[in-house]
Design a protein around this ligand. Structure first.
Ligand SMILES: Cc1cc2nc3c(=O)[nH]c(=O)nc-3n(C[C@H](O)[C@H](O)[C@H](O)COP(=O)(O)OP(=O)(O)OC[C@H]3O[C@@H](n4cnc5c(N)ncnc54)[C@H](O)[C@@H]3O)c2cc1C
Ligand SMILES: Cc1cnn(-c2ccc(OCc3ccccc3)c(C(=O)O)c2)c1-c1ccc(Cl)c(F)c1
Length: 466
């Protein structure tokens, strides 16, 4: 109704954090007619040189694209992304095996992080009601009055009030610090023993060194490496390795020895000298998983993005989940007529189970990949997934497909995955042949599936193992 529009017109929303989620959120609130003030501790990255120490490119998938689409940014971002239609699994002997992600339209996009952030900041700035305040670092805020204290580049402190505070200040959120003092606020933080570092794979004779439209993966159990393509025809390779191992590799020769053993095909592509140089450019970065609830504090403050749920990057969903946070919050704003006292608790009720689910899924993927995913196992698992999905498209949807190519709520995808696994377990009983009736009497069937369906499962397994 008009009066709700007029009230949002003079309501101030403070977005703390001008990273990927904060910048997108600014677009969402500005589009609704709010006065938006973004406070970002760093200088304006559109003027600064490359930001070091962050992942250089990211995989954008369906959830993130839908969130960008809502504020008219999807085409701008997708046009500067590189589609990855399949994984390319690199075996130790240098064999490369492509496995498609799905049907024709199902691809993920490699996008440049800094460019994405710049585009979103500039998009936010196109709204007359948005102001971007750089070099403003939140020091503290009062949960009683909502007053925020910022430290400015000139060392002065500035106190700011707002009608709503949106904490988008990342995994080590200063906004969240005040939540920790509240009764019944749940918080957990886990650093995993792996670190990551990024290496650049340059073009060869002006062309990509590897096929560009693939997510290149070198699964080596404890060690994994991935490579995502960039518009300048380089690849950004991310090496994941336990910190203990990083500590063992301290000289250039040891780097070459390590790559010779685990990623031999990449040495000529990255270049031995570049490898020795880039490997020591920055220390390996840590990866943390943060879960918390509730995401809101009365009608005053709400956490989104990594500030609410930092996830380990083994599903390529952190940013996609944070972008989807903005979309879900916006949907609830529509449903509850922008009444913050109703919207915020509803956002917590709806979103916490989903963000906790993706945090758990990412951690599960990490544990699964580091424990027994080498290239053979990776290929086998994906062949099984794709074959069963082909045979029974409505009954079996691979978990990766539900997470990456649909907006099935993350926690629903997990529930469905467990159900499918139970059915798969049922199938295993069948394929154990004679054992089939040892564990249950002749009359009663061991699983709910019909013999015909069991036979299909069994055939599928045989095909995959073939
Ligand atoms: C190695 C790696 C690979 C990844 N790959 C992918 C991928 O392929 N796909 C994907 O979807 N996600 C990926 N992610 C996750 C993704 O990077 C994060 O989920 C995403 O950056 C979260 O965005 P955010 O805006 O919530 O937080 P951030 O990007 O951390 O932004 C927070 C912002 O707040 C600012 N800030 C912090 N403290 C304050 C303060 N006190 N006052 C003011 N401002 C402050 C920071 O300067 C920053 O600009 C990856 C992450 C890593 C580490
Ligand atoms: C950046 C990004 C975007 N998506 N994924 C991703 C993640 C996991 C996947 O499968 C898990 C699995 C394969 C085989 C058996 C169990 C689980 C697949 C897949 O199915 O291709 C793709 C990543 C990624 C991020 C880090 C590492 Cl280390 C990595 F390898 C990939």
């Amino acid at each position: 109704t008009n009066d709700s529009k007029s009230t949002s017109k003079n309501k101030v929303v403070a977005v703390v954090g001008g990273g990927l989620v904060g910048a997108l959120n600014a677009c969402y609130f500005a589009k609704r007619g709010f006065q938006v003030e973004v406070f970002e501790s760093r200088e304006d990255i559109r003027e600064a040189k490359i930001v070091k120490g962050r992942s250089i490119n990211l995989a954008l998938s369906h959830r993130g694209r839908q969130a960008l689409k809502q504020v008219g940014m999807e085409d701008t971002i997708v046009s500067k992304g590189i589609p990855m239609h399949s994984r390319m699994i690199h075996s130790l002997n240098g064999t490369q095996s492509p496995i498609p992600y799905g049907k024709k339209g199902q691809y993920i996009l490699s996008v440049d992080r800094a460019n994405l952030n710049k585009e979103l900041l500039s998009a936010a700035e196109t709204y007359s009601t948005t102001k971007l305040n750089f070099a403003h670092k939140l020091l503290n805020w009062s949960t009683e009055t909502g007053a925020m204290t910022f430290l400015r580049a000139d060392g002065a402190k500035e106190e700011i009030q707002a009608d709503l505070i949106v904490g988008c200040d990342g995994a080590f959120s200063a906004i969240r610090k005040q939540f920790l003092r509240q009764s019944r606020f749940n918080f957990s933080q886990t650093y995993i023993p792996h670190g990551y570092l990024e290496l650049t794979m340059p073009p060869i004779n002006g062309e990509f060194a590897m096929k560009p439209n693939y997510l290149h993966i070198w699964p080596r159990n404890t060690f994994m490496m991935i490579a995502l393509p960039n518009l300048d025809k380089t690849f950004t390779c991310t090496l994941f390795m336990p910190f203990d191992e990083f500590e063992n590799v301290t000289t250039g020769d040891q780097v070459i020895e390590f790559f010779q053993k685990y990623f031999p095909d990449t040495i000529p592509l990255i270049g031995a000298d570049a490898l020795k140089r880039d490997y020591f450019r920055l220390p390996a970065q840590a990866m943390v998983s943060v879960k918390c609830s509730p995401y809101h504090l009365s009608d005053k403050c709400v956490l989104m993005g990594d500030a609410a749920h930092a996830v380990v990057p083994f599903y390529g969903q952190g940013m996609n989940a944070g972008f989807e946070d903005c979309l879900v919050f916006n949907e609830i704003m529509d449903q509850l007529n922008e009444d913050f006292s109703a919207v915020l608790p509803e956002y917590t009720r709806v979103r916490v189970p989903d963000d906790h689910a993706i945090a758990d899924l990412a951690m599960y993927n990490y544990v699964e990949m580091r424990s027994h995913v080498n290239s053979k196992w990776f290929l086998f698992r994906k062949y099984v997934d794709n074959t069963l999905h082909m045979i029974m498209p409505r009954t079996v949807i691979p978990l990766y497909t539900m997470v990456t190519f649909t907006r099935i709520r993350y926690h629903e995808a997990v529930k469905r995955w467990h159900w499918q696994d139970k059915v798969r377990k049922g199938e295993l009983i069948l394929t154990r042949g004679t054992q089939r009736f040892s564990s249950c009497n002749q009359k009663r069937r061991c699983s709910s599936l019909s013999d015909k369906e069991m036979l299909i499962w069994w055939l599928a397994m045989m095909i995959c193992r073939g």
